[in-house]
Design a protein. Structure first.
Ligand SMILES: NC(=O)c1ccc[n+]([C@@H]2O[C@H](COP(=O)([O-])OP(=O)(O)OC[C@H]3O[C@@H](n4cnc5c(N)ncnc54)[C@H](O)[C@@H]3O)[C@@H](O)[C@H]2O)c1
Ligand SMILES: [Zn+2]
Length: 371
């Protein structure tokens, strides 16, 4: 549903009550008044990182201040290492100092790292205070900011400690995407291609038709891109919020091999973005889907071609690390009762969670992407 002036609103129907995702240029100016409609509390805490804070912190604080909020802001180091229990402890200290009571909201301003961390802290401080997410990366706009998964990492793995916790609203000011690094921008497109492959053939074609504009970061494409992604994710999480029926698991398409590639690449001097690893992971998942007799070769190549045209990797320089990749895949949370579960594509626009994946199919997938 489109709103006025290029603004779009998608409603996410999850308990305890539905919430809106607001999408469009210039929305950060509206943070204060929108939050004021939600809560009467006098105080709020904004959580951001060292890249986003200097760019957008002042604008967010000015809008909140004008709406009568007494605001504090905590700026944490940028990067996934910030998604830790140590950072959560630092935020609890800040919440205590700012006298954030049950009615006072926590606002995240940044990408998936800040959103996952601040959401987890909001879910656990006083057993839950109002939470609002202002998302500033493509990754968060099309994926992380919707669905209520909050988390911090643990030494044993990413996102091991967390909670399902829904925000009061998500605010996506598409103007913020202009300052994102080229790599972070493109990495987010991988999740958009993922949503299209698992759920929406027409959206896949939409990407194919606009790939040059998307790659060139034409910001006028962004509201529609984000809205369509949010709709797909919102529909899935509304039907399977807690990942119990297998539907939400479809969002892990490309992520079994992708996470293993992400971990393996994190060891070298050039760690990959999550979305870059998911891009190669999707190419592997397509190859496995072809080996399993589910996906046609023609469609697998169409998906790989779109990933490549988006400027994303279709192979990973990890031919030497094959056994480590397999071990990492087996350690993944998606291993249920000792068996790897894989999301396989049936065709563009439809995927299935598959419990019976033969080792030789996985080998075919790894042959394709580990170079
Ligand atoms: N909760 C979920 O369902 C879910 C889904 C997908 C990913 N995630 C999580 O999200 C995280 C990845 O998200 P991400 O890619 O947004 O990472 P991120 O938050 O680290 O942002 C990427 C980089 O861009 C910078 N940045 C953010 N916005 C900017 C802007 N507008 N201009 C300039 N720089 C900006 C950040 O400082 C950071 O350096 C991972 O921790 C992942 O686990 C969560
Ligand atoms: Zn992902």
């Amino acid at each position: 549903m489109s709103g006025d002036g290029g603004r779009r609103i998608v409603r996410v129907e999850t308990p305890p009550k539905p919430y809106p995702v607001l999408i469009g240029p210039g929305l950060l100016e509206e943070l204060g008044p929108r939050l004021r409609e939600e809560v009467r509390a006098p105080r709020t805490l904004v959580v951001t990182d060292a890249n986003v804070g200097p760019l957008y912190g002042e604008r967010a604080l000015a809008s909140l201040g004008a709406a009568g909020f007494d605001c504090s802001m905590v700026t944490l180091p940028a990067g996934d290492a910030t998604k830790s229990l140590d950072s959560a402890a630092r935020l609890y200290d800040a919440l205590a100092e700012a006298r954030i009571d049950r009615a006072s909201p926590v606002v995240s301003l940044g990408g998936g790292v800040v959103g996952d961390l601040a959401g987890f802290v909001a879910a656990t401080w006083l057993r839950g205070v109002p939470f609002v997410q202002c998302s500033t990366t493509v990754e968060a706009d099309v994926d992380a900011a919707v669905g209520g998964k909050t988390a911090v990492n643990h030494a044993s793995g990413k996102n091991m400690i967390g909670a399902f916790y829904q925000p009061r609203f998500v605010l996506i000011d598409t103007d913020t995407l202009s300052t994102l690094s080229a790599r972070d921008y493109l990495a987010g497109l991988a999740e958009s291609i993922k949503h299209a492959v698992i759920r929406d053939a027409a959206f896949f074609e939409w990407h194919e038709a606009r790939i040059a504009d998307l790659r060139a970061r034409r910001l006028d494409c962004m509201p529609e891109l984000i809205e369509r992604n949010v709709r797909i994710k919102a529909e899935i999480v509304a039907m399977d919020e807690r990942e119990t029926t297998g539907l939400r698991a479809l969002l892990n398409f490309g992520h079994t091999v992708g996470h293993a590639i992400e971990s393996a690449m994190a060891r070298g001097g050039d760690p990959w973005r999550h979305g870059e690893a998911v891009a190669a992971g999707m190419v592997a998942a397509c190859e496995i889907s072809v080996a399993a007799g589910r996906l046609s070769r023609v469609e697998a190549e169409r998906i790989a071609a779109l990933v490549e045209a988006a400027g994303l990797p279709v192979t990973a320089p990890l031919s030497h690390a094959r056994s480590r990749i397999l071990a990492l895949m087996n350690a993944d949370k998606k291993v249920a009762a000792g068996r790897l579960r894989f999301v396989l594509a049936d065709r563009i626009g439809q995927a299935t969670l598959c419990g019976e994946v033969r080792p030789e199919w996985i080998e075919a997938g790894l042959d394709r992407v580990l170079r």
